[in-house]
Design a protein around this ligand. Structure first.
Ligand code: AMP
Ligand code: MG
Length: 477
């Protein structure tokens, strides 16, 4: 196949120990389930001379552009605190695309077969989890949260074996890159200073070109990654997103959200919520996400120590100074975002108690996170324990007094409080139907989450799941 797409693969120019050249498994009759035309357009992907059938061949890895050399990347990672050597065990970088704006992005297949890093895994993915990643990542994007994107899901028509046989699928994922904290960890454990220097230069060149002429590039790299992650986590908190598997191999240095496995959104505001079936101690619970991120960033800083200063004590001090920026950066963004959600344009420290108190009351009265902010926006307080409480009424009058100083607070709130998030029970229902060849609910939910600030055509999408049922997510491998 010969495509007129603007592609090249710079990762291949790196030392070959960082990746393995791989080939996707041959798939019998792959078919497109969903394709993201808006994203294709943004990326400058020319579809004029390619049929849907060819697209399915391409995005299953069956027939690639002849210039592409797919590869699986090696990385390491702390998974729930334990260190392992990993790598793309069921993913491969097809190529890098250059967008019309001149940005470089990775085009990656997930679920395309075994690689040298597969360990005991089959290299495959099931349709349900791939559609789930597609929809949630697109919802996150529509909410203005940096994230990997989803270009397509292809059905493989081959059952894959989990606890029960499931329909197989391959997701095409797009990200600024797939360079993780774990990639730096893999390099650090190799102990090869030349490789490390070469890789840091590559990352700076690719993601932080402004740092090229910086006198202390490694220090600034650490600084940038910390800032991006601090802001990213604050954004997650502002929509009630629980990632669920914040291992260091699932944290990108570009600052995009990645790896939508056991993630889910809060219904009622209970900060200790951890959805993942394997997160027994709440390591990645909602309220612990900033701590988990800082823990990961500390592991990242450790990989850079030798480049921060030749004296180990001074290097550790530089790392600590940079890591100390996480908390203020995170809280600044957190209160800025919650301020916007309450119609406050320029938040001041004196406003913080107003935000803290509302969240406290929401927790106490098990109020729905998303719908509480919608009610404040529309000023329609439906009967609920929160809105009936005298504490809330007290809070409400203080808040109304505060926003009387704002220009158009309710207009601002309409733009910052989503009406639709991917509700867990609805999404699950859509995936069960899609696995049984009916993707109608999936498509209408996808349309709704892509315009989160508008009322959805189906009002059911705004309703939380049953309050007495604990929602549980699985890693979906
Ligand atoms: P995750 O929890 O999805 O971030 O995956 C952790 C590691 O396990 C990554 O290195 C994956 O590539 C690998 N992995 C996950 N599922 C599979 C699978 N079905 N086959 C092979 N490797 C897998
Ligand atoms: Mg991962």
């Amino acid at each position: 196949m010969k495509l007129a797409w603007s592609t090249s693969n710079t990762y291949r120019s790196l030392p070959s120990e960082l990746y393995s050249l791989v080939q996707a498994d041959v798939i019998d009759k792959p078919s497109l389930v969903v394709f993201n035309h808006a994203l294709a357009n943004e990326l400058g992907i020319d579809l004029s001379s390619i049929t849907n059938k060819d697209l399915a061949q391409l995005l299953s890895g069956n027939q690639l552009d002849e210039s592409w050399t797919p590869l699986a990347q090696v990385y390491a990672g702390h998974q729930f605190g334990g260190f392992s050597v990993l790598g793309d065990g069921r993913a491969m970088l097809l190529t890098e695309l250059i967008t019309p704006l001149g940005d470089r992005v990775d085009l990656q297949l997930k679920g395309s077969g075994r690689t040298p890093y597969s360990r005991g895994g089959d290299g495959k993915a099931a349709l349900g989890p791939m559609l789930r990643e597609y929809l949630i990542s697109e919802a996150m994007h529509a909410l203005g949260i940096p994230t990997s994107r989803s270009l397509a899901v292809v059905k493989t028509n081959e059952p894959i074996l989990r606890e029960v046989p499931l329909p197989g699928a391959i997701l095409t994922r797009v990200a600024q890159s797939h360079i993780r904290v774990g990639t730096f960890q893999w390099i650090a454990q190799k102990g090869d200073p030349l490789l490390q220097k070469q890789f840091v230069d590559y990352v700076i060149d690719r993601h932080f070109p402004a740092l090229k002429s910086n006198e202390r590039p490694a220090k600034q790299l650490l600084n940038e990654v910390i800032r991006r992650q601090a802001k990213l986590i604050a954004k997650w908190q502002s929509v009630g997103f629980v990632h669920g598997v914040m291992n260091t191999d699932n944290m990108l240095v570009s600052g995009e959200t990645i790896d939508y496995g056991p993630c889910a959104f809060l219904d009622s505001y209970q900060p200790k919520t951890a959805f993942s079936s394997i997160d027994h101690h709440g390591r990645y619970a909602y309220h612990n996400q900033p701590n988990a991120a800082l823990w990961n960033l500390t592991r990242f800083a450790e990989t850079l120590l030798s480049l921060l200063d030749s004296n180990p004590d001074s290097a550790a001090q530089v790392a600590q100074e940079e890591l100390a920026l996480f908390a203020p950066t995170y809280f600044k963004e957190y209160y800025r975002l919650f301020g916007l959600k309450l119609g406050i344009t320029a938040i001041e420290e004196t406003d913080h108690p107003l935000i803290d108190r509302l969240l406290e009351l929401m927790e106490l009265h098990l109020a729905d996170f998303t719908n509480t902010f919608v009610a404040l926006t529309t000023q329609q307080y439906l009967v609920s324990e929160l809105f009936e409480s005298s504490e809330f009424k007290e809070w409400n009058s203080l808040w109304l007094q505060r926003i009387s100083k704002e220009d158009k607070p309710f207009e601002l709130m309409k733009q910052t409080n989503p009406q639709v998030i991917p509700r867990n029970h609805r999404l699950d229902q859509a995936l069960v139907m899609a696995q049984a060849e009916d993707d109608s609910l999936f498509q209408s939910l996808l349309t709704a989450v892509q315009s989160p600030y508008s009322a959805p055509s189906n009002h059911e999408f705004t309703k939380p799941g049953p309050a007495n049922e604990k929602f549980v997510t699985y890693c979906g491998t």
